[in-house]
Design a protein around this ligand. Structure first.
Ligand SMILES: [Zn+2]
Length: 60
């Protein structure tokens, strides 16, 4: 079962609910994000002044 929920507000990718599993996230304000944009959004809010070119995420 695959139900269309909406589009990522940042990249516009379609987000579906599959068997109760959403392939994205819903923000507190109700906006939809895919996982990729959601991660970037968290990165931007956590370290706004630093620009990391590393693809690896190794927070300690
Ligand atoms: Zn996205």
């Amino acid at each position: 079962m695959k139900e269309y929920v909406g589009a990522c507000v940042r990249c516009g990718v379609k987000i579906y609910c599959m068997d109760g599993f959403l392939n994205g996230t819903v923000a507190e304000n109700g906006e939809l994000y895919c996982f990729e944009c959601h991660d970037k959004r968290l990165e931007n809010t956590e370290k706004s002044s630093r620009s990391s070119e590393d693809s690896e995420v190794n927070n300690s």
